[in-house]
Design a protein around this ligand. Structure first.
Ligand code: ADP
Ligand code: ADP
Ligand code: MG
Length: 645
């Protein structure tokens, strides 16, 4: 076994790898950017090396600097985590040339799976079923549209170098093909520097089921499947294992296909073979097709760990250090069911806009595994993925595991930023999902009900008011009882809407509040506050914001009456960047008339593209940023002519 390894990553995955490595007695070296100097993964590490600026290109993607850090600190191996350099075959070759071990597959194996077209060809040869389609060399527009006609609509255009759902377009009918091809190509060109595409049959109402494989360079085993059908815009939201409705026959067929794929490329380490599955008539052994192989440890690996009892990172370290596969296929079994939800700092009602902020409060309940790269007090910076944590649960049956997920989400407390907790909670309670009736379109079909914005009740406002006035530990003999006439006001704002609350204290254990003309009684019984007849939820206050931990976290601004008068009203004339990012496109031209909701610009930030819309009807007065410019949060991009009085 290695004595020291370097983890070429950050956030939750760096922490997760260290947890296992350190438990195995392996020393861990962390690397960090300027933005991560105080990060959890740095604190956990035995040694940490600063590698550059906050932009990934200046730090976590600098293979040369990372290899040097490994050599300087006496590390014998590098664990790449996921993302960043994990699927970069040139990096693997450099690591090996430096005399170090890459904890993962060979550069050649990664190369073979790196492009979707070449991978599909290779898999076809290995006898793995692939999605019917055209993945040849001819990239002429006409040839591709002819291929689409042969395949039959609907078809999916995919960038061969694609990942993260980029460069992918669904085309419903021949008339739309040319435009979709052009936009897939341009997106692929910017994202991957390669605009080659393939065309494949679009499976309607499909499921995404993937097989976890593990190889030693020659032989491979599979650790069963994960169902990742719950997706938003082709990105996974909640994953589970095993797949609902899986039969022994189909599981064996998919597992064998996964093993064949891994063995065909001499795969070493943990990998995932992704299949698209037509589940319209049950899960059948002739209705799944290879999509791609991810040659790394996957984000959702904990659900596999939960049902198999295997620590995949331990296996990675053991196999990379030269040990044989820790067990044979028939020693692997499934116990119970597991779910993982990806908890993000994002504003769901505002179109899942990634958020930043300081986590003033962060508590996970017992009964779940929370893999997180942040602690209370840490900042979600605009530089990286806004993931706060993965919440994983396990139970003897799918129903019990789902109930545990529901409860874990309900009891997770995050203060200081908006989160997608309510969205995840709504999914955990979704009738079709509960019934195991999943497909990749479920979220899109029910989006409106899943993203309903929270509506606080008067009792929530009172709970917030009690914390803001600091009367929770109210002691009748102290301070505030001397104030006359025992009536206090507090001003809170819910999403910008101010509201005044009135409180009349009737003793240390009883207060009568008035909210919007409605009376709500707060009473302390047996040391526990009840508000409006129900137990008062937990509350936390920091930086002028009170968060009430009910309904997945309701945040109220506490308004200082002195500041209210000065409070600036947002300038409806300006379209501003909500976060730092790269301006991808500007659609506004000076003099152009625009209507409320028109898309004026596209900003790329935190791995995603965000449309910036006109807040009102008007005429464009000025365009202040062009495509390709890097802008700060709050930068003005477009200015409208002032509204006539
Ligand atoms: P999965 O199929 O497991 O969701 P993805 O390819 O979407 O895998 O990405 C895996 C993870 O890698 C993401 O959740 C993200 O944290 C990280 N990641 C991917 N691309 C980048 C990137 N360009 N920069 C930083 N992190 C990235
Ligand atoms: P990426 O590299 O972006 O992860 P994938 O090829 O893995 O791209 O596809 C991402 C997602 O797109 C899948 O999980 C699935 O939801 C959807 N998808 C991909 N191929 C098809 C297809 N042929 N038919 C229907 N949906 C598909
Ligand atoms: Mg994929």
């Amino acid at each position: 076994m290695f004595d020291t390894i370097l983890i070429a990553n950050r956030g939750e995955i760096a922490c997760r790898v260290m947890e296992t490595a350190q438990a195995m007695g392996v020393r861990c070296v962390a690397v960090y950017s300027d933005a991560d100097a105080g990060a959890k993964h740095v604190q956990m590490a035995d040694l940490a090396v600063h590698i550059g600026g906050p932009a990934p290109a200046d730090s976590y993607l600098r293979g040369d600097v990372i290899i040097e850090a490994a050599l300087d600190t006496g590390a014998q191996a590098i664990h790449p985590g996921y993302g960043f350099l994990s699927e970069n075959p040139d990096f693997v070759d450099l690591v090996e040339a430096a005399g170090l071990t890459f904890i993962g597959p060979s550069g050649d194996a990664i190369r073979k799976m790196g492009l979707k077209d070449a991978a599909k060809k290779l898999m076809e040869e290995a006898g793995v079923p692939v999605v019917p389609g055209y993945h040849g060399e001819n990239q002429d527009d006409e040839h591709l549209s002819g291929a689409a006609d042969t395949i039959g609509y609907p078809v999916l255009i995919k960038a061969v170098a694609g990942g993260g759902g980029k460069g992918m377009r669904l085309v419903e009918k021949p008339a739309d093909f040319a435009a979709a091809l052009a936009s897939a190509r341009s997106e692929a060109k910017t994202a991957f520097g390669n605009d080659d595409v393939l065309v494949e049959k679009y499976i309607t109402k499909p499921r995404h089921i993937e097989v976890q494989v593990f190889g030693d360079g020659t032989h491979a085993v599979h650790l069963f499947e994960r169902d990742c059908s719950l997706q938003r815009r082709h990105q996974k939201v909640i994953e589970e294992a095993p797949a609902p409705g899986m039969t022994a026959e189909t599981r064996a067929a998919m597992g064998q296909a996964g093993v064949r794929a891994a063995e065909a490329i001499g795969y070493s380490g943990a990998g995932t073979v992704e299949f698209i599955v037509d589940g319209s008539d049950g899960l059948r052994p002739d209705r799944f097709w290879f999509m791609e192989m991810n040659t790394r440890l996957q984000v959702e690996h904990p659900v596999t760990e939960a049902i198999t009892g295997v620590d995949l990172v331990e296996w990675q370290l053991r196999v990379a250090s030269g040990e044989p596969l820790p067990c044979t296929q028939d020693q692997l079994t499934i116990t119970g069911h597991s779910f993982e939800a990806r908890l993000y700092a994002e504003d769901v009602p505002k179109g899942f806009l990634p958020a930043t902020g300081t986590l003033t409060h962060l508590v996970f309940p017992a009964g779940c595994r929370a893999d997180s790269g942040v602690r209370a007090g840490d900042t979600i910076s605009p530089w990286y993925d806004p993931m706060i944590s993965k919440v994983t649960v396990h139970g003897p049956t799918r129903a019990v595991a789902l109930a545990r997920l529901d409860r874990a989400l309900e009891q997770t407390q995050v203060g200081g930023t908006v989160t997608n907790l309510a969205f995840l909670g709504a999914l955990a309670r979704h009738a079709e999902f509960s019934a195991g009736d999943v497909d990749t379109g479920l979220i899109a079909r029910d989006l409106d009900s899943l993203v309903e914005p929270p509506a606080p009740e008067p009792r929530h406002m009172v709970a917030a008011g009690m914390r803001a006035l600091d009367v929770l530990d109210g002691d009748w003999d102290s301070g505030f009882t001397l104030w006359e006439p025992l009536v206090h006001t507090v001003s809170l704002a819910w999403q910008g809407d101010p509201c005044d609350l009135l409180m009349r204290a009737e003793g240390p254990d009883r207060q009568v509040w008035t909210v919007d003309g409605q009376e709500v009684v707060a009473e302390r019984i047996g040391g526990r506050w009840r508000v409006g007849g129900t137990v008062m939820p937990d509350v936390a206050m920091a930086q002028g914001v009170v968060t009430v931990f009910d309904g997945y976290g309701l945040a109220f601004d506490v308004i200082d009456p002195l500041e209210r008068a000065a409070g600036a009203v947002g300038d409806g004339n300006l379209i501003e960047a909500p976060m730092p990012g790269l301006v991808k496109a500007v659609f506004a031209e000076v003099g152009q008339a625009v209507s409320e909701g028109d898309r004026l610009a596209v900003l790329e930030a935190m791995k995603m593209e965000h449309s910036l819309l006109a807040a009102r009807d008007g005429v464009v007065a000025e365009v202040l940023a062009g495509a390709g410019s890097q802008v700060e949060a709050g930068a003005a991009l477009v200015r409208l002519e002032p509204e006539e009085a």
